[in-house]
Every structure is written in structure tokens, then in C-alpha cells.
Design a protein around this ligand. Structure first.
Ligand SMILES: NC(=O)c1ccc[n+]([C@@H]2O[C@H](COP(=O)([O-])OP(=O)(O)OC[C@H]3O[C@@H](n4cnc5c(N)ncnc54)[C@H](OP(=O)(O)O)[C@@H]3O)[C@@H](O)[C@H]2O)c1
Length: 329
């Protein structure tokens, strides 16, 4: 495959509102040891991209300053030491950054095949949410069949993935969302109850069911003490973001008396090895479920790469249900 020297990208010109995202030209990156270069067909848009754009989430050392944590396309070049992938293979991949571009480099171990029957747009919508949900709900949160699982932000990219994965595992799934339409969508994905948090208190509803064995939360703020109240004895709370606030007053005696666990993680700064282990687990346990049609990414909308600012404005309007992607090629 002949590679051009330069490529179209969308860069963050300065921290700020969506319109700081501007089209530009940049050099095509070279894959390093253990990496591949991917010619992207689609890139996924995630809330962490918006945080990075706003100056609230710096890329880790060595990562591209361009936004974009996931994508799907064709392997265009191989770095030294790569085996098991060839130029021309169709892959979707978790990216350290740089996905708002025609070409991106990433660890070969963070690539997964495009699941059978999925379009490139759908495949681009998988990695960031599936790596995050699997590692936090299954590996960290230890969700088991039959347990009561509550996920907040049920209509988000993360939420729509978590509902489906937990349901397929045999858990009872409860969720919260900000409108009745979103609640209907969450139920159609397998949630037993979807609570419109603007109208009802999730704590009372979950407690009536016996409390949640596991909660996946991205809201924080006053949800922290309320989540603690909503947990069953021995329950676990996994925190993956703080859309409200990371600071709150909390009575920790509850943790002791009811043997609760509060934990959390963020994906991007983790080691290449840790991400490769998540990729291996997804390949073995989740990709067959996607290939069989048991789980599918929920697609909200598609924008051209050059319209990344419109995609971010749409995401921040919180009117979307599921994933937003950028068409690159
Ligand atoms: N830890 C990690 O590694 C990791 C990785 C990826 C994403 N994340 C985080 O996970 C979250 C979801 O990401 P995403 O890409 O799926 O984003 P998204 O689709 O934009 O979802 C954000 C959701 O949060 C809800 N929301 C926003 N503000 C809220 C508030 N104040 N109270 C309650 N709900 C609120 C919104 O819908 P409604 O309010 O209408 O229900 C929306 O569904 C983000 O916070 C992101 O930063 C963490």
C-alpha cells in the first residue's frame, strides 16, 4: 500500500467549545515497534474527546494530541515485531489518541477483527465503550448472573453497551436516563426498569428490589451518597467519570457496616499490557456475542470528519441515544 506523506485531520486549536475543532493537515504517523498504522474508515466520538477538547483531559505522554480514542479501517503498514496482522486486514482498534485523522498508529495488541456482519461505522463504535464496560463491569466489578446491576446514563454509548452486556450475562439490569424516550430505548435493550431521573428517585426504586449488587456510575456528585444508599449489602460501586463532581461529603461508616466496595478506573492512562489483556478477554468472551447478533452497538448518528465540531455539539446536547461516529474515508 503506497502511503501519502500528509493526511486530513481535525485538531484542537485551543481549549474551548466545539468550534475549536478545526480541519488541518498533518504528517502521516509511522508505526513504532509492536504497532500498526490504520487507514481509518470511521472514528468513534466519545465524551472523553469532549473533555480533552475543553482542556480537562490531557492525552497521556507520547500519545497524539489529536482527539479520537477508537476507529475502524484497514491495516496500512506494520511496525517491527508485529505478528498476526497483515496489511489489508480490516480491524477496529482502541487508540491512544489521534483518531480524528485519515491514518492513526496504535498497538497491534489493541486491534480486534471487525465482527461478522458489522459495517465499518458500527465497528468504529465498539472499542472505547466495550473496553471500558468489560473491564469495569466484569473484570473490576465482578458482575455475576442473577445479580442486580444498575447503570447510570443508560442511553449513553457506555450505558447502551453495559445494558446489553449485563443482560446477556444473565444479570437483572436497572438504569437511569434523562427522558422517557431514552428510558424506552434502554428497556428495548434489555433493562428491566429504566428510571427517568428527572421524575423519580432511583434510590427508592432500587431499594425496593433489594438494592443493587453492582452500580456503574459516571455522574458522581450527589449520586455518590445516593449510590451508597442504593447498594445491597456487600455491593460494589464502580466509578468511571464525574459528570457532576468528584467532590462530595460521604458517610464512610456505611462501607464498614454493610461491607461495600467503592472502586473505579479510567482506561486511557493504563499500560499497553493492561489494554492488551482487556482486548484478549473481549476477543474470547464478547466478540462471539457481537458476531452472533446477541449484542450490537446502538448507533445514533454519523458526521463527516470535517464536521467533528457538530458531532461534539450534538453529544453535549445529550439528545443522542447510543454512539456518534465520524466518516473519515
Ligand atoms: N473511565 C473510563 O475509562 C471512561 C471511558 C469512556 C467514557 N467514560 C465516561 O463515561 C461517560 C459516558 O461516556 P459516553 O462516551 O458514553 O458519553 P455520552 O454518550 O455523551 O453519555 C453521557 C451520558 O450522561 C448523561 N448525563 C450527562 N450529564 C448528566 C448528569 N449531570 N446527571 C446524570 N446524567 C447525565 C447523559 O444523558 P441523560 O442525562 O439525558 O440521561 C448521557 O447519556 C462519560 O462521562 C465519559 O467521560 C469513562
Amino acid at each position: 500500500m503506497t502511503l501519502p506523506e500528509t493526511m486530513r485531520v481535525v485538531e484542537i486549536t485551543k481549549p474551548g467549545a466545539p468550534d475549536v475543532l478545526q480541519s488541518a493537515e498533518a504528517n502521516v504517523p509511522h508505526p513504532r515497534y509492536g504497532e500498526v498504522l490504520i487507514k481509518l474508515a470511521y472514528a468513534g466520538v466519545n465524551r472523553p474527546d469532549a473533555l480533552q477538547r475543553a482542556g480537562l483531559y490531557d492525552p497521556p505522554k507520547g500519545a497524539s494530541p489529536l482527539p479520537g480514542l477508537e476507529g475502524a479501517g484497514t491495516v496500512a503498514a506494520l511496525g517491527e515485531g508485529v505478528s498476526g496482522l497483515s496489511v489489508g486486514d480490516e480491524v477496529c482498534a482502541l487508540l491512544p489518541g489521534g483518531g480524528y485523522a485519515e491514518y492513526v498508529r496504535t498497538a497491534a495488541a489493541h486491534c480486534l477483527p471487525v465482527p461478522k456482519g458489522l459495517s465499518m461505522a458500527q465497528a468504529a463504535a465498539l472499542p472505547e465503550t466495550f473496553f471500558t464496560v468489560y473491564s469495569n463491569v466484569i473484570m473490576r466489578g465482578g458482575l455475576q448472573a442473577g445479580e442486580r446491576f444498575l447503570v447510570h446514563g443508560g442511553s449513553s454509548g457506555i450505558g447502551t453497551t453495559a445494558i446489553q452486556l449485563a443482560k446477556t450475562l444473565g444479570a437483572r439490569v436497572f438504569t437511569t436516563a434523562g427522558s422517557d424516550d431514552k428510558c424506552v430505548a434502554c428497556k428495548s435493550l434489555g433493562a428491566e426498569q429504566a428510571i427517568n431521573y428527572r421524575e423519580a428517585d432511583f434510590v427508592e426504586i432500587i431499594k425496593q428490589e433489594g438494592g443493587a449488587n453492582l452500580i456503574l456510575d459516571m455522574v458522581g456528585g450527589d449520586y455518590l451518597p445516593r449510590n451508597v444508599r442504593a447498594l445491597a449489602d456487600d455491593g460494589r460501586l464502580v466509578q468511571i467519570a464525574f459528570l457532576q463532581s468528584p467532590k462530595v461529603e460521604l458517610n464512610f461508616a456505611q462501607l464498614m457496616v454493610r461491607r461495600l466496595t467503592i472502586t473505579g478506573s479510567t482506561l486511557r492512562p493504563q499500560s499497553d499490557l493492561a489494554k492488551a489483556r482487556i482486548a484478549d478477554a473481549l476477543r474470547e468472551h464478547v466478540w462471539p456475542l457481537i458476531g452472533s447478533g446477541a449484542i450490537a452497538p446502538v448507533m445514533d448518528s454519523e458526521f463527516a470528519l470535517e464536521d467533528a465540531a457538530k458531532a461534539h455539539a450534538h453529544m453535549e446536547s445529550s439528545t443522542h441515544i447510543g454512539k456518534i461516529v465520524l466518516k473519515v474515508a
